[in-house]
Design a protein around this ligand. Structure first.
Ligand code: V47
Length: 397
């Protein structure tokens, strides 16, 4: 293990929540003795334990769990709810890993497989592009033939064409694969692509760290320990990243709590994670399609437990594409303070049967946020406020 990096400094211009009178004006109430104990700890600002996490999952008192999560959410982020104007780019769906959780990946010669030539990827970035876009979210399959130079050219070309757009690119799984393929260390690979223009990393590929579960849902992927080590290297390289957790398949409460405890421990060391994103498993068109879909109750509870366990993460994202706008909106009162963004062209969930639209207009995001009693704040990827003149506000994104 390498030495712990100094925690990253929060950018000076990061948005600060204003003092806020909580909507939790009603007193906390529960008959569940284990949740009463959690309440005492939350009010005292004490860190929750594995046992507390299990108590939260085990409780049917969703309103009490939600009260606590909302309390912490408002303590950290006041009444603000963040969103951004972003576009997804998936340069290829060709993937050597055949993860059972995934409906997106294809073998090279399989029907529906695609790989963008560089020009095509740049054109995809430009299609529907407007001055309002502040982030490209770039992830793809583990292509056996795409070289590090392809990715360097891709990133450099995007920076040349869209210098003001933040490039949030490549999961820990992609870093590992690219490094092995290029016979370089992950540190060197990260440096090469950071030098080419990558600004931060998305949180995908974490799934659930438990070996038992990974063996079933993604046995071709790096293990949880490697995912965490590469995240540490990304932070040491001075980049921020996000962290996800895929739930609602074959994992249990212990696996979920263990996953969050491991993220929390790394965050204590590096401070490099920005936001935690619980991802509900969509089984359609995957080899696990016999599994039932997650329920609204589990989705909401997962947001709340994430908020409570990850006391050192500033943000919890309710990713509307996978939760649905309806559930994501409710999550804004159960611990979440971020809805992700306009997205534009989501593929991974839609291949797995998501019925949400492939993008959402800023006006609609703001409407969802305001109706939940929150104050919408357009942010950039690093949670700095984006101020817009009439010209870009008028752009229909
Ligand atoms: O890593 C794949 C998950 C992730 C399925 O960092 C599936 O801001 C459900 O990480 N059902 C990619 N989930 C998405 C992701 C993400 C999304 C939004 C924002 C950010 C961010 C990151 O999606 C994968 C995997 O965990 N996934 N297949 C599926 N069938």
């Amino acid at each position: 293990m390498s030495n712990a990096a100094a925690p990253l400094q929060i950018a000076e211009s990061e948005i600060k929540a204003q003092p806020f009178v909580s909507a939790n004006t009603h007193p906390f109430e529960t008959n569940d003795p284990r949740i009463k104990r959690v309440h005492e700890k939350v009010m005292a600002g004490e860190r929750l334990s594995t046992e507390d996490g299990l108590a939260l999952y085990g409780s049917h008192d969703i309103l009490a769990v939600g009260w606590l999560a909302n309390h912490v959410r408002e303590r950290l982020n006041g009444n603000l709810c963040y969103f951004n104007v972003n576009r997804h780019i998936n340069p290829t769906n060709v993937c050597v890993a055949a993860c059972r959780l995934c409906a997106f990946g294809r073998k090279k010669d399989q029907l529906g497989a695609y790989t963008m030539a560089l020009e095509e990827a740049w054109q995809t970035a430009a299609s529907g592009y407007s001055e309002a876009v502040t982030e490209f979210h770039i992830v793809g399959g583990l292509h056996p033939d795409l070289t590090l130079e392809y990715y360097e050219d891709l990133v450099r070309g995007l920076k040349q064409r869209f210098p003001q757009v933040h490039l949030k690119a490549f999961t820990m799984v992609e870093w590992s694969f690219l490094a092995k393929r290029s016979k370089l260390s992950t540190k060197e690979t990260i440096k090469r692509l950071k030098d080419a223009g990558v600004d931060s990393c998305p949180g995908g590929g974490a799934e659930i760290f438990s070996d038992r579960v990974r063996h079933i849902i993604c046995d071709h992927k790096i293990d949880g320990g490697e995912w965490l080590e590469i995240a540490r290297e990304v932070h040491e390289a001075g980049m921020r990243s996000n962290a996800t957790m895929l739930y609602g398949h074959v994992e249990n409460d212990e696996d979920r709590v263990d996953h969050m405890m491991k993220l929390r421990a790394l965050q204590d060391e590096t401070g490099g994670f920005q936001t935690f994103i619980p991802l509900a498993f969509h089984p359609d068109n995957t080899p696990l399609q016999h599994l039932p879909k997650t329920t609204g109750l589990l989705d909401i509870k997962q947001v709340a437990v994430g908020r409570l366990m990850l006391d050192n993460f500033q943000h919890i994202k309710a990713y509307w594409q996978m939760l649905t706008p309806k559930i994501a909106q409710i999550a804004l009162r159960f611990g979440a303070d971020d809805l992700d963004g306009t997205v534009i062209e989501e593929k991974i969930y839609h291949d797995a049967g998501a019925t949400t639209p492939q993008g959402m207009a800023r006006r609609e995001l703001e409407r969802l946020i305001r109706e939940a009693g929150r104050e919408p704040v357009e942010r950039d990827t690093l949670y700095r406020p984006v101020s817009r003149g009439e010209a870009t506000l008028a752009i229909n994104v």
